[in-house]
Design a protein around this ligand. Structure first.
Ligand SMILES: [Zn+2]
Length: 405
C-alpha cells in the first residue's frame, strides 16, 4: 500500500539524484550545528556494532537467536525481578519484595542464573564470557508512572519484582484491579525515590554512565514525568517497538518530535522487545541500535562495552532493523545536512520541528536548514512492491540554532 505524501515546504530539500550539479541553493540563514551525534565518526571505516537495548533474553535459545541475527553487543533483559542478567555466564543479585499484597513486609530474595555458552547457527560454540555485554534490566510498576516501563543500560541496580514474581496472587483478578492501578494507590515505589539508585555510582558498571530508554511510549504523561523527574537517567525513548503495531510506533515518533520541538534532546531507540510473532501475526524483523565506533576492534571486551555505552549516551547510533542497510555518508555543514544510504529505499523522510517531507526514488537527500529549524532527523524505509516492510533505519537528530541569535 502506498502512503500519501504530505509535502511540507521546509527550507530547501533536494533529493540529490535529481539535482546533480546544482549549486548555490538558497541557504536561508546562518545556522550553527550545536550538536551532531555522529561528529567525529568516519562513516567509511567506523565499526557498526549491532546492539540491543530492549530484548528479553533469559534463556540460551533466545541468546542464540539474537546472536544468529548479528547482535554483537548484549544488554539482555530479564522480565521480573528487575535485575540484570549480567554477566551472562553467571549472575546473582539480592533484592527485596513484598511478602504478598496483603502483607507488605519486605522480604529478601536472590535472582541468579547462568548461560555459560551456546552453539551458533554455524555450529560454533560461543562462550558468553567472550561477548561484549552491558548490564540492563526492565523496570516497571511504579506508583506514579501509569504502568510505563523502561530499561536502564549500564545499571547494576537490582530492584523488587514489585510482586511480579508471583503472578497468581498479584494478578489483576486477585488484586481486584489492574496491577498498575493497585500500585498507584501505594506510594512505596515512587520513581522520585528510586531514581537516586540509578545515579549511585556503586550501581553503575562505569561510574557516571547510564542510559535509560523509555519503552513503547504510548503514555505521554508518564514519559514526561520520567523525563522531568530523572533527566540524568533517561536519554532516549523507543521510536520502534516491534511488539507494537506500525501505527503505534508512528505515535511514538510523533511524541518524540513533539518533545524535540520543545527543545528536549533525547535519542530514539529501536527494539524488538520479545522474539515471538508480532501483533500482525508475522515474525518480527528484528531490531537493533547500530553503534558507530571508531577503532572498536583494538579494545578489550570491557573497553568495548564502555565505548558502546558512550555511543548510546551521545546518540552515536543508528536505530534500525536487521537487514544490513547502512549509512554511507552523513555530512553536516553550517548550511545543510546530507544523508546517503545503501540500497533502494522506498521512502526517505526528513523531519524537523516544522514538519516532514517525504521522498521516494533516491538514496541520497540533502536538506538545507530553514530559518526556524531547531533539529533535523531522517527516516529511511525499505518496503517491497507489496508494501511489506523489509528494513528501516533512522538517524538521531542533529540540533541547530541561528548563529546570529
Ligand atoms: Zn519489555
Amino acid at each position: 500500500m502506498r502512503c500519501l505524501l504530505f509535502l511540507v515546504v521546509l527550507g530547501t530539500l533536494i533529493p540529490l539524484s535529481c539535482t546533480k550539479g546544482s549549486a548555490g541553493w538558497d541557504t536561508v540563514t546562518n545556522k550553527q550545528v550545536v550538536y551532531n551525534p555522529y561528529d567525529g565518526i568516519d562513516f567509511q571505516s567506523a565499526s557498526r556494532v549491532k546492539a540491543i537495548s530492549h530484548e528479553h533474553i533469559s534463556r540460551k535459545s533466545q541468546l542464540k537467536i539474537a546472536y544468529d541475527r548479528g547482535i554483537r553487543y548484549f544488554a539482555c533483559v530479564n522480565y521480573l525481578p528487575a535485575c540484570p542478567s549480567y554477566p551472562l555466564s553467571n549472575w546473582s543479585y539480592e533484592y527485596e519484595d513484598y511478602v504478598s499484597p496483603s502483607d507488605l513486609t519486605l522480604t529478601s530474595l536472590t535472582y541468579s542464573g547462568s548461560i555459560p555458552s551456546f552453539v551458533d547457527k554455524n555450529g560454533v560454540e560461543v562462550n558468553t564470557d567472550d561477548l561484549v555485554q552491558l548490564p540492563n534490566a526492565e523496570h516497571l510498576f511504579y506508583s506514579n508512572t501509569s504502568g510505563s516501563h523502561f530499561n536502564v543500560l549500564g545499571s547494576l541496580f537490582c530492584e523488587s519484582a514489585h510482586g511480579g514474581r508471583n503472578k497468581g496472587e498479584w494478578s489483576d483478578e486477585a488484586l481486584g484491579m489492574k496491577k498498575k492501578d493497585w500500585y498507584s494507590h501505594h506510594p512505596k515505589w515512587d520513581i522520585k525515590d528510586i531514581n537516586p539508585q540509578y545515579l549511585n555510582p556503586s550501581n553503575q558498571l562505569f561510574p557516571g554512565k547510564v542510559f535509560g530508554t523509555i519503552n513503547h511510549t504510548s503514555n505521554e504523561k508518564a514519559v514526561r514525568s520520567l523525563l522531568n523527574e530523572c533527566p540524568d537517567v533517561f536519554k532516549a525513548i523507543e521510536i520502534v517497538n516491534q511488539g507494537s503495531t506500525e501505527s503505534d510506533c508512528k505515535k511514538f515518533r510523533k511524541l518524540w518530535d513533539k518533545l524535540l520541538s520543545e527543545g528536549k534532546r533525547i535519542w530514539g531507540t529501536s527494539a524488538i522487545d520479545w522474539q515471538s510473532l508480532g501483533p500482525d501475526g508475522n515474525p518480527r524483523l528484528g531490531a537493533c541500535n547500530v553503534l558507530l565506533i571508531n577503532d572498536y576492534d583494538s579494545h578489550t571486551l570491557l573497553e568495548k562495552s564502555e565505548l558502546g555505552l558512550d555511543a548510546y549516551i551521545s546518540g552515536c547510533f543508528i536505530p534500525a532493523g536487521l537487514a544490513d542497510n547502512d549509512i554511507i555518508d552523513f555530512v553536516v555543514t553550517s548550511s545543510s545536512v546530507k544523508l546517503q544510504v545503501t540500497g533502494s529505499p522506498s521512502q526517505m523522510i526528513v523531519v524537523t520541528n516544522r514538519g516532514k517531507t517525504e521522498y521516494s526514488g533516491t538514496n541520497e537527500v540533502e536538506y538545507a536548514y530553514g530559518r526556524k529549524d531547531i533539529y533535523v532527523r531522517f527516516e529511511v524505509w525499505y518496503r517491497d512492491e507489496e508494501g511489506t516492510l523489509k528494513d528501516y533505519l533512522f538517524t538521531n537528530p542533529i540540533f541547530i540554532e541561528n548563529a546570529d541569535e
